[in-house]
Design a protein around this ligand. Sequence first.
Ligand SMILES: CC(C)(COP(=O)(O)OP(=O)(O)OC[C@H]1O[C@@H](n2cnc3c(N)ncnc32)[C@H](O)[C@@H]1OP(=O)(O)O)[C@@H](O)C(=O)NCCC(=O)NCCS
Length: 227
Amino acid sequence: MVVRVELAEAVIVDDPSFRALLDDTELARADRKRVPTPFIGAHALVRTVLGARLGVPPQDLRFRRLCPTCGSRQHGKPTVSDHGGVAFSLSYTDSLAVVAVTDGVEVGVDVEHVSEADFGGFARVTLAPDEVDAFDDLHGPDLLRARAQVWSRKEAILKATGHGLVVDPTEVVVSPPAEEPRLVAWRASEAAPDVVALHDAPLGSVEHRAAVAVLADGPIEIVPVSG
Ligand SMILES: CC(C)(COP(=O)(O)OP(=O)(O)OC[C@H]1O[C@@H](n2cnc3c(N)ncnc32)[C@H](O)[C@@H]1OP(=O)(O)O)[C@@H](O)C(=O)NCCC(=O)NCCS
């Protein structure tokens, strides 16, 4: 069955009116950050998108978190309180926020600025040994774009399952950058998801790469929505 994923993208801007959309917990988290603007912009986007979808004023939404690793409710994958029929995932960089929303199907989205993939140990911290060869013929900007795409595929899966980086990304093998996105192998000791569908998310920003994962057979249909 096709899984519809609504995807919203917003450039991070310093808009003072966004603070009024956030709750006290979010504002406290924002104010602990050296640069609060990306956090505030990203959470304003989540609230605006979910509020429009659910017919609720953005500032009235409440969220819960649950960590599948330790059971804590202080961190872990967030869900919207009182609206079980909708699931969402948020990802952001210093300059872009992306939100994915489904009709309750577990979803993960990840966005990466291609420059974040420009470091020497990328293969060691991100790739399984059998994934490395696919990057051999890539250089310069092509290499960074390919790295960012594969990295976002892995993190999208780990955000859909809720594990996050508790699972080592080198133990989550995805298809090579030039191939259709799919989960190839789950080598982590944590329980593998029964089914995963993966999609490279189209973005307006050419400096970023993103992917969406859902815990369903798929395929995924991406529907752009405004923030
Ligand atoms: C989830 C995670 C991969 C996101 O990493 P990132 O690339 O820095 O950040 P992104 O912008 O892509 O995503 C951040 C958002 O993902 C969501 N998120 C947080 N934890 C999540 C999880 N376990 N699963 C899915 N989504 C999660 C939140 O909305 C978060 O936004 P916020 O921090 O502003 O509230 C990373 O924070 C992580 O690994 N967290 C788990 C660590 C953990 O749980 N440790 C304790 C285990 S006991």
